[in-house]
Design a protein around this ligand. Sequence first.
Ligand code: NAD
Length: 486
Amino acid sequence: MGEFKHFINGAFVSSASGKTFENRSPVDLSLIGMVHEGGEAEIDAAVSAARGALDGEWGSMATAKRSELLHAVAAGINRRFDEFLDAEIADTGKPRSLASHIDIPRGAANFSVFADAVKGEATESFHLDTPDGTGALNYAIRVPKGVIGVISPWNLPLLLMTWKVGPALACGNTVVVKPSEETPATTTLLGEVMNEVGIPAGVFNVVHGFGSNSAGEFLTRHPGVDAITFTGETRTGEAIMREAAVGVRDVSFELGGKNPALIFADCDLDKAIEGTMRSVFANCGQVCLGTERVYVERPIFDEFVARLKAAAEKLKLGAPDDDSVNLGPLISKEHQEKVLSYYEKAKIEGAIVITGGGVPDMPGEQANGAWVEPTIWTGLGENSAIVREEIFGPCCHIQPFDAEDEVVRLANETPYGLACAIWTENLSRAHRVASKMEAGIIWVNSWFLRDLRTPFGGSKQSGIGREGGVHSLEFYTELRNVCIKL
Ligand code: NAD
C-alpha cells in the first residue's frame, strides 16, 4: 500500500495536521494507499519554496540549460515508464493499452515539446523615429510570471498536469501543483524524477488535498501565487476566478464541455462510426473533448443508430491488465452515482434506450467498483438534461436533422464551446460548417488528433485563454516593453 506525501522544496513531507485520506481503486474499491491532506501550512510552505527558487539558481538559469533539464525530465519519465503506468492505472482503473499509448507518453512529451518551443521564443522589435532624428529602439522582452498555481483533474492525471507544468517551467516559472484528490500517484512520482534529474529544490512542488476549503482553494487564495492555471469543471472555474480576482491574478482555464458530432449523409460512414465510437467511449467517456451529443442527417439516421449500437455492444468492460478490454470503470463511486443519476433522468425524460442504461454485472470483487454500461439514447428534445448537461460518462444521445443550418444551430445551442467533430466528404461543407461552429477545437473526419503546437482551449463556458505551442508561452510569461533612445 502506498503513502502519498507532499513534495515541497525538493523533499517529501507529511501534513503538519497529520491528516490523511484514503485512495481506493475504482476497479474494486480496494485500498491503494493513504494520501496526506494538505492545508494552509503546506500551501504556505510550497508557495514560499516556489518563491525562493525564483530568487535562486532557477531564476537566473539560461534558457538552454532549462530546456536541457526539461528534456531530462521527459527522459526520466520514460526511464520509469512502467512505474508511471502502474501508478496511473492503479488510480484510474483505465486499460493499460490506453494509458501506455496516451497518458504516459504524452506526459513525457509535454516536457520535451515545451523545452524545444521555448528556445524559439521571439518578441517584436521596432525602430522608432524621433523628432531629433536619432530614433529609438522599442522592443519587448518576455519574463516568467512567477509562481504558478496548477490545479488538475483526474481523467488524464499525468497528461493534463504536465500540459501545464511543462510550459510553466520551460518559461522559467516555478509551480505549486494541487493534483486531483482522486489521482495523487503520478504527480507524486514526478517529484522523484525532478530530484533525480537535478531540477533545483522549490521549482516543482506538490500539495495533496481537496478543492473547496482545502488545499485547492487555499492555493488559489494565496497572495504569493501570481497566476493560476486550471483544468476541471466550469463551476470550479467560477469559484477559482472569484479567488483570483483578489490581487487581479491571471487565469487560464480548460473547463467542461457538451461536445457535438455532426454526421452528414455524405460522410464515409465506416469512418464516422469508428470515430464516434472513440469520441463517445474512450476513457469510459471521461474525456473533456468527448462527444455526448450526436446529430445524424435523417437519411442515414436509422443505419447509424443500428451500427453504433452494434459496436457499443461489442465493447468489453474489465480490469486494466486484460488486453481485450476496451473500457475501465468510472473514476469513483461518487462519479458513478452522478452518471447513473443521468441514466435515471433519461428514463424519466422519456428517452428511448438504444443500449445500456444500467450497471453491468462484474465478476467477484469488481462488483464493488464504479462500473456503468456504455449507453446510447435517442428521442429526447433540446431542453432535456441529457442533451444540455455534461455527464462525463460513456454515453451519448443521437438526434436526427434535416438541414445544414438546422444542425449548426442545434450544435451551437449550448453554454459550452469546447470541441466538435464534423463528418462529411463534401469539402465545401466541411469548411463552411467548421467556420460556424462555436467551439475552440473543430475536427473534420477525425477526433483527438492535434499538433501540440496549435492552440488548445474552449469558447463560451468551456474555458478562458489558449494553451499549446506559443500560446502556452504567452500565458506563462509576461511581456515587458523596453524603449531605448538612440
Ligand atoms: P473538478 O473541477 O471537480 O476538480 C478539478 C480540480 O479542482 C481538482 O484538483 C479539485 O480538487 C480542484 N478543486 C475543486 N474545487 C476547488 C475549489 N473550490 N478551489 C480550488 N480547487 C478546486 O473537476 P474533475 O471532476 O476533477 O474533472 C472533470 C471535469 O474537468 C469535467 O468537467 C471535464 O470536462 C473537465 N475537463 C476539462 C478539460 C479541458 O481541457 N477543457 C480537460 C479535462 C477535464
